[in-house]
Design a binder for this molecule. Structure first.
Ligand code: PLP
Length: 457
């Protein structure tokens, strides 16, 4: 029987990186070891230590370009793709997406500042959030950043702010379209029972309330139905629902020019995943909006979308070093790595699956072993992989986990006072630091011992 091919031997889709498990520059060197972006992973770890986050520039740029090209191809009106920075927020990522003509979606003052520092033009930033602070709202308005109103509390405060400045303020609103999609319940946001956005049944009341304000101008609507979605049907339905909302708003005198369909396109984490391409996703959503606009004789709005995961996830890998082994006869063999739930909380939070390989034997030649890969944190659930097939491993070996560019670094913590890894960018055989490694001393920076305790000791 022919041996099963490794996922590393699959043909790489250069046009739509979300359809691959690995970064598009992944290759196996003449020594049989793993390289990304033309860099030897072993050499990178020698120089920068582990665990290590690595982003591949070409994969990032190809993902951005796929959205841009697909929008130009399939949407005849104006369009603006916006990077959902919650997926991986950094000055570098802000700068990269901006250089590809993207706007950026931020949900906190921290993400807003990061976007501005990275050079994203203010007018291309949108500000989301279901509980924005007064300070955050003020910051956004003063910096001419478009606020996406999520609830009445936002609306009341923006009304006050615009009155105090005595100037018009353009806003967008987020609503829940009542679309169900098959994804994890924590990342499903478009159904009626969601903490985000206005219920669709409330919109007429909302339109009237906005009409009664002096300075608020409703210019856009937004919906985001969930994340890691493989079906196209929900986004096909979304276009028509959103166009109907624009028509309803018209009855209240609102001239809505922007239609933002959120993000949500899934990526291939394992061989079982088969997400649509970026082109098919954009085509579906574009056709749906164009069809509905034609049907109701409406001018095409500016089409915005907010991909996060499908821009950055496949571009990212994490490298860990193997330490301890624990064999439980007849049950399993644990191998422990030098990171885990603090640098990647997704397995413990969403039971997420990934693909991985041994850096010195990526094709898993002569594999007979199944390992359970445990993190180093004091939590039994800190397990990155249950029963993964790997080539024979030993202490000191490096493991590469693929698809970790999104919602890993940005969701990381310092649980057990473990410093965050460094992050590198690789391209054409060169590696550059985009995030310095934290040290345990950095983690002490914000601790304060009150004076009277110092005196006591
Ligand atoms: C409002 C909004 N837009 C965009 C995104 C990005 O989604 P994804 O990373 O699945 O593309 C999210 C993710 O949670 C979101 O909440």
């Amino acid at each position: 029987m022919e041996a099963k091919k490794s996922f590393l031997e699959q043909k790489i889709d250069l046009e739509s990186p979300n359809k691959n498990i690995v970064p598009i520059t992944t290759s196996i060197g003449t020594d049989g070891k793993l390289t990304i972006g033309g860099c030897s992973i072993e050499e990178l770890v020698e120089k920068y230590d582990s665990p290590l986050y690595i982003l591949d520039e070409l994969t990032l740029r190809n993902s951005c370009r796929a959205y841009k090209k697909a929008l130009e191809k399939y949407y005849p009106g104006e369009s603006l793709p916006i990077y959902a920075s919650k997926a991986n927020s950094s000055i570098f990522m802000s700068n990269l997406v901006s250089s590809e003509g993207f706007g950026l979606d931020a949900v906190s003052e921290g993400e807003l500042l990061t976007a501005l520092k990275g050079g994203v033009p203010n007018e291309k930033i949108v500000f989301h959030g279901n509980n924005k602070s007064d300070k955050e709202l003020d910051f956004a308005v003063k910096n001419n950043i478009k606020v996406i109103v999520d609830n009445d509390y936002d609306l009341e405060r923006l009304d006050k702010i615009s009155n105090s400045f005595n100037r018009e303020l353009e806003i967008m609103i987020r609503f829940t379209p009542g679309i169900e999609c098959h994804t994890h319940k924590y990342i499903k946001t478009g159904s009626f029972d969601s903490k985000f956005g206005f219920g669709i049944e409330y919109l007429n009341t909302l339109f009237e309330r906005i009409s009664n304000t002096k300075h608020l101008k409703l210019k856009g609507i937004h919906a985001h139905i969930g994340s890691q979605i493989f079906e196209l049907e929900p986004h096909n339905d979304l276009g028509e629902i959103m166009v109907n909302v624009i028509l309803d708003a018209k009855k209240f005198g609102h001239d809505i020019k922007k239609l933002n369909v959120g993000g949500g396109l899934g990526i291939k984490y394992t061989e079982d995943d088969d997400p649509p391409s970026i082109y098919d996703w954009v085509k579906t959503i574009s056709n749906s909006v164009v069809r509905a606009c034609k049907k109701y004789n409406l001018d095409l709005p500016t089409l915005m979308c907010e991909p996060g995961r499908s821009i950055v996830s496949t571009a990212g890998i994490t490298i860990y070093k193997i330490g301890a082994f624990k064999e439980i006869p007849g049950i399993r063999t644990y191998l422990a790595v030098d990171g885990g739930m603090s640098d990647n909380p997704r397995p413990i939070t969403y039971q997420s699956n990934y693909s991985a390989c041994l850096v010195r034997n990526p094709l898993n030649i002569n594999s007979k072993n199944k390992y359970t890969i445990a993190g180093k944190h004091c939590e039994s659930g800190d397990v990155l992989f249950k029963e993964i097939e790997l080539a024979d491993c030993k202490t000191g070996d490096l493991i590469c986990v693929f698809g970790t560019g999104a919602y890993n670094n940005s969701m990381s913590s310092n649980y057990n006072r473990i410093p965050r890894p460094a992050a590198l960018l690789v391209c054409d055989g060169e590696a550059e630091i985009i995030q310095k490694r934290e040290s345990p001393f950095d983690l002490l920076k914000y601790d304060v011992l009150p004076d009277r305790f110092i005196k006591q000791n």
